[in-house]
Design a protein around this ligand. Structure first.
Ligand code: ZN
Length: 165
């Protein structure tokens, strides 16, 4: 694949796996390019058909492409940019697991193993980090307010001293 195309795909997917959201930074290198509709099933090399994907998701998806019967039962993989993912599954921040909301979402999660233990741990770690960042911002705000109170009290004390002298 030409470098320019690869960079375009990386950018399009924000340097992260379109399926599981693992980033280049957390995986320590470039990810792979998945043919959403496999070449063997008639898919092409056009940008719309190329999904930036980590090696694991790419392996689990492999050459899956739904038959007409599969489609009928909702057995298909969601397209990271074309499907509205939040309709099909949601993240449970407490457990770190993706929970299906539709039959398609359930199939998608199962096929790509999107609740593999490492991903669950990653999501939990991210949730803890988010909570800690929020807590830090709250504490920083409190410090600002306390500094304001101290300044006000100091002014008041200065006034009192002037009255006494
Ligand atoms: Zn992935």
């Amino acid at each position: 694949m030409p470098l320019l195309d690869l960079n375009l795909i990386r950018q399009r997917y924000n340097y992260a796996c379109g399926y599981c959201a693992v980033t280049e930074v957390s995986s320590g290198g470039l990810l792979t390019v998945d043919h959403y509709q496999p070449l063997a099933s008639g898919g092409g090399d056009d940008l719309e058909n190329l999904v930036y994907a980590c090696m694991r998701c790419n392996q689990y998806k492999h050459r899956f492409w739904p038959t007409a019967d599969d489609e009928l039962h909702g057995f298909r993989v969601l397209h990271p940019l074309r499907d509205v993912l939040c309709v099909h599954y949601q993240l449970n921040k407490q457990t770190g697991r993706l929970e299906p909301l539709t039959v398609i979402g359930n199939f998608h999660i199962q096929l790509l193993h999107l609740n593999r233990p490492q991903l669950v741990r990653k999501r939990l770690a991210e949730h803890i980090q988010e909570a800690q960042t929020e807590r830090l911002q709250f504490l920083e705000q409190q410090i600002v307010e306390l500094e304001r109170t101290i300044a006000a009290q100091e002014n008041y004390l200065a006034l009192l001293r002037e009255l006494i002298e």
